[in-house]
Design a protein around this ligand. Structure first.
Ligand code: FEO
Length: 392
């Protein structure tokens, strides 16, 4: 039932499609995902990556559509995270002669999954593996997205197997970028970058520079579609995201208790609109933090509000701030922020918000905008004015 799809002469996509996956480490993925794996038919048959543990039967069936798995000589593990190596044990059980090729750090991780009985060959940047008429070249890309990451290049095919880099969480029945909705794949690539790659953008910029030195017909990532028609666009877009130059846009995020903080958020959004700044407003009770993060990555302004509750922020605001802290520590300069919200007897929540925004590198407005008990027209007018003053 599960078929392999040839993406280049002698190279087949044999991955797993996770049509119904909606969540991965704190990250919503409304369009599902793919765990891409590729088999190279050469003198020494080589599998690039595997998939999550639960999908190993699908992977094996697709491999078997091309070749008896017993004939696999090498399994290249570009990344040890379980979406790419979770089924390695199952694959090795059916590929008794296969040697695993990975980075030194990958070797240490994989040994915790599969033990030390099977041969794991560590490689470093510039090392090569002759698999017949093809030579595979390895480049370590640490922290894109774990310390163990590497990419594999086949010069004969002009294909880069890029693993997480250039990926998108998107389940599709099509293999290539030009067969899918272009807006959707670039949006999913942005969401992937904002929620996974962003803390490692410096390392990613180096990896993109290295990729630019390669002759490329395909970039075959480990998630989503394979790039063939939009290679230069995705490289340019990655460069822009790595540079983290903010756009003239704003994000207003809030958690309200009885509506005062929400009305302040409305005043903020209207102030941005009045100044011609593109703005998006998110109520944290009904919004997804990874969607918000996708917008935060490119926004010059970030306003975060919460009603004060139990001497801290509301739980939804706490979750957002925790998520933001993890991803935006090195977001870059040139961004402005403000804390706001209502309080009863202690205006401490907004100080907590301001501290997080400061830690993320934002130029934070001196005083949070607050209102006591219930917002008055003067409070919303003050909010409108403060945001107007913040805009440069
Ligand atoms: Fe797709 Fe970092 O794993």
């Amino acid at each position: 039932m599960f078929k392999a799809y040839e993406i280049s002469p002698g190279i087949w996509w044999v991955g797993a499609i996770e049509w119904n996956l909606r969540y991965i480490h704190g990250f919503s993925i409304p369009n599902g995902s793919t765990n891409n794996a590729y088999i190279i038919m050469d003198e020494h048959i080589t599998l690039i990556d595997t998939c999550t543990e639960e999908y190993w039967p699908q992977l094996m069936e697709r491999i078997s559509d091309v070749v008896d798995p017993e004939r696999i000589s090498y399994i290249i593990s570009n990344h040890s995270e379980k979406d790419h190596a979770g089924s390695l044990r199952e694959v090795l059980a059916r590929a008794p002669h296969a040697k695993v090729v990975t980075s030194q750090k990958g070797k240490a991780i994989l040994e915790t999954y599969i033990g030390t009985e099977r041969e794991l060959i560590p490689v470093k940047t510039g090392d090569t593996l002759q698999i017949g008429k093809r030579t595979l070249t390895f480049t370590l890309t640490p922290m894109v997205h774990w310390p163990d990451n590497m990419v594999t290049y086949s010069e004969a095919d002009k294909i880069l197997f890029s693993n997480d880099a250039f990926g998108q969480f998107l389940a599709t029945s099509e293999c290539f970028d030009d067969q899918a909705d272009k807006c959707l794949i670039f949006h999913e690539a942005k969401k992937y970058f904002a929620n996974i790659i962003l803390p490692f953008k410096k390392q990613t910029a180096k990896a993109v520079a290295a990729v630019r030195g390669l002759e490329l017909d395909l970039i075959a990532p480990s998630h989503g579609v394979i790039w063939r028609s939009y290679i230069s666009e995705i490289l340019d877009t990655y460069d822009a995201w790595c540079t983290a130059e903010p756009e003239d846009s704003a994000v207003v995020v809030y958690a309200s208790m009885y509506g005062s903080t929400e009305r302040m958020a409305w005043a903020a959004a209207e102030a941005f609109m009045a100044k011609g700044v593109s703005v998006r407003m998110y109520d944290l009770h009904v919004s997804d933090i990874s969607d918000i993060m996708t917008e935060v990555m490119s926004a010059k302004y970030l306003l975060v509000g919460s009603a004060c509750h139990n001497m801290t922020v509301l739980p939804e605001a706490g979750a957002f701030l925790t998520y933001l802290k993890g991803l935006a520590q090195k977001l870059g300069s040139g961004r402005k922020a403000m804390a706001f919200g209502s309080y009863g007897w202690a205006d401490v929540a907004q100080v907590e918000i301001a501290n997080v925004l400061q830690a993320c590198g934002y130029d934070v407005a001196d005083a949070p905008q607050t209102c006591e008990w219930n917002d008055t027209p003067a409070d919303t007018q003050a909010m409108f004015q403060s945001v107007s003053d913040l805009i440069s």
